[in-house]
Design a protein around this ligand. Structure first.
Ligand code: SFD
Ligand code: AMP
Length: 627
């Protein structure tokens, strides 16, 4: 067996994940821990300066409510999210984030993030809820504040977390391994705040060949939040609510700035605007078909109908949008020229701030956005609780945001605690509270960490781990290395060996299953009971083969576990789509045998895995309108 040192780290509070939610948690935890004389440990598989979804930067902050400015109210934000998710949202959680998010944004600005300012003062809005930023160093700035608050000695970078340490029904820590040194890690704590992001590459991406692996959301978000919470026996919600973003084709540049700031249209190959020509289709999805803005999945759906009828390509009309804005200056030649230059540089910066490859693709394919339209397309599905999807753990909401009805269902103790004692979740890891984005994830991390500190104070018994259990987990985690050492000599090429499967091939198999059976790109996002059942059968075979994954080195060991995590995300997804007997989010997925939305399915579809007997439980939970 691989002979790794076992390192045990004990603290009062453990923060797992150093993305946006993790950074928010670190700042808040540092404050409350100091006050209460508690210790905090923080772990991430990467270096938090450039880890997670914001690693490359962002060009907008997508959630800013503007409470102090009197721009909007919390209930207006809740209303927006409820409508965008076709009625399926936890209003208490959305409100909990909405009331704190502005203060996270103000902190970002204080720490040095440049937010665009309007000439007359105030922030420049991309849309009603979105602010424009110069965000190429967004993550570095936010991480620096978190690191300073917590102190470098309490931070464990480049440690991949595999799963939870449990003591009965209470989560008491996490286990994993260093991706640089031969060390197996056991973290033990009184409470745990989990924020390991969403899941990418569960489905086959559109990108292939020379662009293989390119995705909108980061490939290193690999379903670890889902695996961790499932193995901790926590209830998950909205595992069917995947997100399909429409993005600039092939390099996945975001569209928000074009639609909202530049007020661009998208048109099909015939020059038609599907939002107008397909307007009647919205009547089939009432009441959400009539709200403004049209929900993201319905916007997708109208576009997909054009694509399915062969009316592509779909173009973002960048040249038209830029011209329309510049035309306002056409009577003054100098001002017009200046405006054109400004618009051009804003267009490039939008991508250079967060999706650099899109700018590279523009350069490589001779695109000048002021002259030529660019193709957009629906991307492959992602699991992301923080954007316009909703998957994540089912967590307790704050006591003061409950109605009489919701109190018994949505509130069971500490805010943001999952149904597993001592395990808190935020960001992509917590579900049914969509549209939190980077800023809301940070704010939710703060809320969750504050509650987790309180839990550690109220439940301050020392976490004790069983040595035999640690040895068992260590053997399981390192097994892929043993498989490789033992069996790679059996063939002349270690990549071709009937005794094992390497992580990359494992991932390809998973992606093919999900693409063809669970409604990926090549199936036009359509699936059915028959397809899902067959997919589940094939996932079962894949799960058997997961015991034969081989890893040549530490890096590949990480890849092995990332793909096992993805596989569990896939299973939760397929089971939950099967459970929900309707189509509620056309444009995200279409259930061909149940093509309509049904009133009796206006509920949350939750699931839970029981690690003791390997059984899944599917649960319906009611939706309460609180605002
Ligand atoms: O334009 C392990 N996002 C946007 N948010 C905005 O506010 N504005 C935008 O402009 C946004 N857009 C956007 C966005 C993301 C991306 C990639 C693009 C464009 C191209 C979304 C936000 O980024 C997102 O909502 C938050 O970052 C979510 O925060 P969080 O904390 O839930 O996830 P994370 O930041 O990815 O961090 C996860 C961390 O976990 C680590 N990790 N560590 C140890 N062991 C494991 N097994 C681990 N697995 C993961 C990661 O390293 C990371 O640190 S736009 O498209 O709308
Ligand atoms: P995106 O770049 O698609 O991630 O979008 C950024 C933000 O703009 C998110 O808050 C989206 O919900 C919003 N958004 C994008 N496109 C539209 C649109 N056509 N109408 C309304 N909101 C949009």
């Amino acid at each position: 067996m691989a002979n790794f040192e076992t390192v045990t780290v004990k603290s009062d509070l453990l923060l797992v994940g150093g993305g946006m939610a993790g950074c928010g948690a670190a700042v808040e935890a540092a404050h409350w821990a100091k006050k209460n004389n508690l210790s905090v440990a923080w772990v991430d598989k990467a270096a938090v300066d450039r880890s997670g979804a914001v690693a490359m930067g962002l060009s907008a902050i997508n959630q800013y409510v503007g409470l102090a400015e009197g721009d909007n109210t919390i209930s207006e934000y809740v209303n927006y999210v409820r409508n965008d998710l076709m009625g399926v949202t936890r209003e208490d959680l959305v409100a909990s984030i909405a009331r704190h998010v502005d203060s996270s944004v103000h902190l970002f600005e204080k720490w040095g993030l440049p937010i665009w300012k309007a000439e007359g003062g105030g922030y420049v809005h991309e849309g009603r809820w979105q602010l424009m930023i110069n965000g190429e160093s967004y993550k570095v700035i936010v991480a620096e504040a978190a690191k300073n608050a917590l102190g470098i000695d309490n931070i464990y970078e480049r440690v991949f977390i595999v799963g939870p340490m449990m003591n009965g029904d209470r989560c008491i820590g996490a286990y994993g391994f260093s991706v640089r040194e031969e060390k197996f890690y056991v973290f033990l704590a009184k409470s745990i705040m989990l924020a390991l992001g969403g899941a990418v590459h569960v489905f086959k991406p559109r990108s292939s060949g020379e662009g293989l692996g390119r995705a909108w959301y980061p490939p290193w978000n690999s379903g670890s939040s889902t695996y961790f919470t499932l193995q901790a026996g926590a209830e998950l919600t909205c595992q069917e609510v995947r997100f399909i973003p429409v993005r600039f084709k092939d390099a996945y540049g975001p569209v928000g700035a074009w639609f909202l700031l530049f007020k661009s249209r998208a048109t099909n190959g015939l020059g038609e605007n599907y939002m107008i020509t397909r307007k009647d289709e919205l009547q089939n999805w009432l009441p959400y078909g009539s709200v403004k803005p049209v929900p993201a999945n319905l916007r997708n759906w109208l576009m997909m109908l054009d694509v399915m009828e062969g009316k592509g390509p779909i173009f973002m009309r960048t040249e038209e949008a830029i011209q329309n804005i510049a035309n306002e200056y056409k009577d003054d030649k100098k001002a017009y020229k200046k405006k054109m230059k400004e618009l051009e540089s804003e267009a490039w910066e939008d991508f250079l701030d967060m999706t650099i490859s899109q700018a590279i693709l523009w350069a490589a394919s001779n695109v000048a956005p002021e002259e030529k339209a660019s193709e957009i397309a629906a991307a492959e599905p992602y699991f992301i609780g923080s954007h316009s999807g909703a998957s994540g753990a089912w967590v307790s909401g704050p006591a003061d945001l409950q109605s009489d009805e919701s109190n018994s269902e949505y509130h069971w103790g500490y805010t943001n605690m999952s149904t597993t004692k001592g395990l808190f979740c935020a960001g992509d890891a917590s579900g049914a509270s969509s549209h939190k984005f980077s800023s809301g994830s940070h704010a939710e991390g703060r809320v969750a960490a504050k509650a987790a500190v309180k839990f550690a104070i109220d439940n301050n018994d020392e976490p004790v781990a069983d040595d035999a259990e640690i040895e068992k987990l260590k053997a399981m985690v390192l097994a892929p290395l043993d498989v490789f050492t033992e069996l790679s000599g059996k063939t002349t090429d270690p990549h071709i060996n009937p005794e094992y499967i390497r992580p990359k091939m494992f991932m390809f198999r998973l992606q093919k299953i999900m693409d063809e059976y669970a409604g990926g790109v090549s199936a036009q996002f359509t699936t059915s009971t028959g397809l899902l059942n067959k997919g589940l059968e094939l996932l079962g075979v894949l799960k058997e083969d997961a015991e034969h994954i081989a890893a040549e080195d530490l890096h590949e060991l990480m890849r092995a576990w990332e793909n096992i995590h993805r596989m569990w995300q896939a299973e939760a997804h397929v089971r939950t789509i099967l459970f929900r007997e309707e189509t509620r989010w056309p444009g995200y997925y279409f259930r061909s045998d149940m093509p309509k939305m049904k009133e009796d399915w206006k509920v949350f579809a939750n699931c839970k895995y029981n690690p003791a007997d390997g059984e899944w439980e599917m649960i319906k939970r009611p939706i309460y309108e609180i605002f």
